[in-house]
Design a protein around this ligand. Structure first.
Ligand SMILES: Nc1ncnc2c1ncn2[C@@H]1O[C@H](COP(=O)(O)OP(=O)(O)O)[C@@H](O)[C@H]1O
Ligand SMILES: [Mg+2]
Length: 298
């Protein structure tokens, strides 16, 4: 848990919740806040299994997975390649598209260029290629004359290349996958302007509608696409796919997959635990499943 990404605090919360549940389930648990000494600490600890509850780098990008492979410590969630693929949104979209999963269009743009002129016709979205939790995401609406000037900040830490996508109006849908089974679809309703970091983690910042109030065929399609996306990227364990759904379009036409999260949030109020509970899998059981699912060569 922990680490040094922008999502460190969420990971510490996910980690505490999972460690508590694992202890309750009867496992002997060591809580490890990941830092640059992680290799030496793991070598000293010699755990039977690593339950990876990190978000962002280095737990979500394949590098920690590489270390665990070298140390021969079985670990949860996705392996080296799937993790590295999924965290790189532009490359992940290419793979998903090739597998027949609808993704938004758009293009890569240099940070300075995105700040100087609109990267796409408005409305559009500018986001980091490899961050999570809506960190560094900007929605440029019709009435905005200038591109986001925050992009010019000297303390910008979200990379020099950004992803520009057409803004997809409508609903925010998300679907967890456990093994090769979909866990159900949640519509996230944001109380703030858009689903940003604050809305995701502030109490009352967002609401989960479960099951998502969408037509049954759309609900089924989100579940099918989520499993297909998990498999196309070669994911393992638990993942969560994020979608936008423009419900002004007929049927499943307005459905677009934004990304697959290989290390979804695991606090008690997070999306995947919520879906699992609804599917009849209690939090403790979910954590137990992740631990027992751990392996090498994932
Ligand atoms: N093309 C898009 N159209 C509309 N909203 C978007 C689009 N891309 C991102 N968003 C908004 O930004 C949020 C974060 O984007 P996402 O691609 O899921 O990255 P992450 O969750 O890793 O920060 C989404 O949940 C959604 O609310
Ligand atoms: Mg997302």
């Amino acid at each position: 848990m922990g680490g040094w990404s922008a999502e460190r605090e969420v990971s510490l919360r996910s980690g505490k919740t999972c460690a508590d549940a694992a202890e309750k389930a009867g496992y002997r648990v060591s809580r490890v806040d990941v830092d640059r000494e992680i290799a030496a600490r793991l070598r000293a600890l010699k755990p039977d299994v690593a339950l990876n509850v990190l978000h962002g780098r280095p737990g979500e990008d394949g590098t920690l997975q590489g270390l665990l492979e070298i140390l021969a410590i079985p670990y949860s969630h996705s392996g080296v390649l799937a993790s590295a693929l999924a965290i790189q949104k532009d490359i992940a979209k290419t793979v998903l598209k090739a597998a027949g999963i609808p993704v938004p269009g758009g293009r890569l743009v240099a940070r300075a260029d995105a700040a100087r002129a609109h990267a796409l016709p408005k409305p559009y979205v500018i986001k980091p290629v490899a961050e999570g939790s809506s960190v560094g995401v900007f929605i440029v609406s019709e009435d905005q004359t200038h591109p986001p000037q925050e992009l010019t900040r000297p303390d910008w830490t979200f990379g020099e290349t950004l992803l520009a996508e057409p803004f997809i109006a409508g609903k925010e849908l998300t679907c967890g996958v456990m093994g090769d089974k979909a866990l159900g679809v949640i519509e996230v309703v944001h109380m703030l302007k858009f689903y940003d970091y604050e809305a995701k983690y502030a109490p009352g910042g967002s609401k989960h509608l479960l099951p998502a109030p969408i037509a049954p065929d759309v609900y089924e399609e989100v579940q099918r696409l989520s499993v297909a996306a998990h498999q196309a990227l070669g994911c393992r364990g638990v993942t969560r796919a994020d979608f936008r759904y423009d419900d002004s379009k007929p049927g499943i036409e307005g459905l677009f997959c934004l990304e697959v999260n290989t290390q979804p949030g695991m606090t008690e109020t997070s999306l995947v635990p919520d879906m699992a509970t609804h599917a009849g899998i209690a939090f403790e059981e979910l954590v137990r499943w992740m631990i027992e699912d751990a392996s090498l060569n994932r």
